[in-house]
Ligand binder design. Structure first.
Ligand SMILES: N[C@@H](CCC(=O)N[C@@H](CS)C(=O)NCC(=O)O)C(=O)O
Length: 215
C-alpha cells in the first residue's frame, strides 16, 4: 500500500512529518500542496484536511492530518526506532515541548493568521517576532528545567532524539525567517545542533525540499 505525504517545502508542520517518516524508515510518495498558490484551499485538499492545512498523510489506507496525530499514529504502529521516550515523565516532557510549539506559537504565525493581522510585511514580521520570542523564551527555560529534572542531555529532552526535537528545529527555522537572532537561546541552539547532526534531519529541511533543490 502506497504512503503519500501532502506537504509544502517551507511548512514547519510538514518538516516535522517528513522527518518522522524518514526517522522511522517509511518510504512515501510526495505530493506538493503549494501554499503560496493557495492550493491548501482547494476542494481536493480540504477533502484530505478540512482545515486546509498541510501536512496530510495517506498511510495504511487512512488519510491523517495534524502532525501531532500523525506522529503518534506512526509511533503506535511503527514503534521502532522510537520518537517518544520510555518513561511516563520523559514522555510527558516531550509532549510538553511539542505542545508549547504546536499550540503555543506555530498556529499564531501561520500564513492565514498573518494575512488576517495585516497586509503590511513589517507588521506581520513584528507579530511573528513577538509570538516567537514569547514561546522561545519559555522553551529555553523549560529545557533547562527538564535538564535539572531528568539529567542534562544533548537533545531537547535527554540523550535520544525525540518528537520534541522534530518540533523545535522547524520552529527555530521559522523564527529565523522572521529575522530573529537566536543567540539568546543557547540551550535551544545546542539541542538544534545535536538534532541536525542526526542522519535524517537534513533530508527533511525546507532547503532540501524547495522547488529549486529538485532541479
Ligand atoms: N496543527 C497543524 C498545523 C498545520 C499548519 O498550520 N500548517 C500550515 C503550514 S506550517 C498551513 O498549512 N498553512 C496554510 C495557511 O495558513 O493557509 C499541524 O501540526 O499539522
Amino acid at each position: 500500500m502506497t504512503t503519500t505525504l501532502y506537504h509544502f517545502w517551507r511548512s514547519s508542520a510538514s518538516q516535522r512529518v517528513r522527518w518522522a517518516l524518514a526517522h522511522k524508515g517509511i518510504a512515501y510518495q510526495s505530493v506538493v500542496v503549494d501554499l503560496h498558490a493557495g492550493e491548501q484551499h482547494s476542494a481536493d485538499h480540504r477533502a484530505r484536511n478540512p482545515m486546509g492545512h498541510v501536512p496530510a498523510l495517506d498511510i495504511d489506507g487512512h488519510l491523517l492530518a495534524e502532525s501531532v496525530a500523525i506522529l503518534e499514529y506512526l509511533e503506535e504502529t511503527r514503534p521502532t526506532p522510537p520518537l517518544y521516550p520510555a518513561t511516563p515523565l520523559a514522555r510527558a516532557r516531550v509532549r510538553q515541548v511539542v505542545e508549547l510549539i504546536a499550540s503555543g506559537v506555530q498556529p499564531l504565525q501561520n500564513l492565514a493568521v498573518l494575512a488576517k493581522v495585516s497586509s503590511d510585511p513589517a507588521a506581520q514580521r513584528a507579530w511573528g517576532v513577538y509570538f516567537n520570542e514569547r514561546a522561545l523564551k519559555a522553551c529555553e527555560a523549560l529545557l533547562l528545567q527538564i535538564d535539572a529534572e531528568l539529567g542534562a542531555g544533548r537533545f531537547a529532552v535527554g540523550d535520544v532524539l525525540s518528537a520534541a526535537d522534530l518540533y523545535l528545529v522547524p520552529q527555530l527555522g521559522a523564527a529565523r525567517r522572521f529575522g530573529m537572532d537566536l543567540a539568546g537561546y543557547p540551550r535551544l541552539l545546542a539541542a538544534e545542533a545535536a538534532a541536525l547532526a542526526t542522519p535524517h534531519a537534513a533530508g527533511a529541511t525546507p532547503e532540501a525540499h524547495q522547488p529549486s533543490a529538485a532541479r
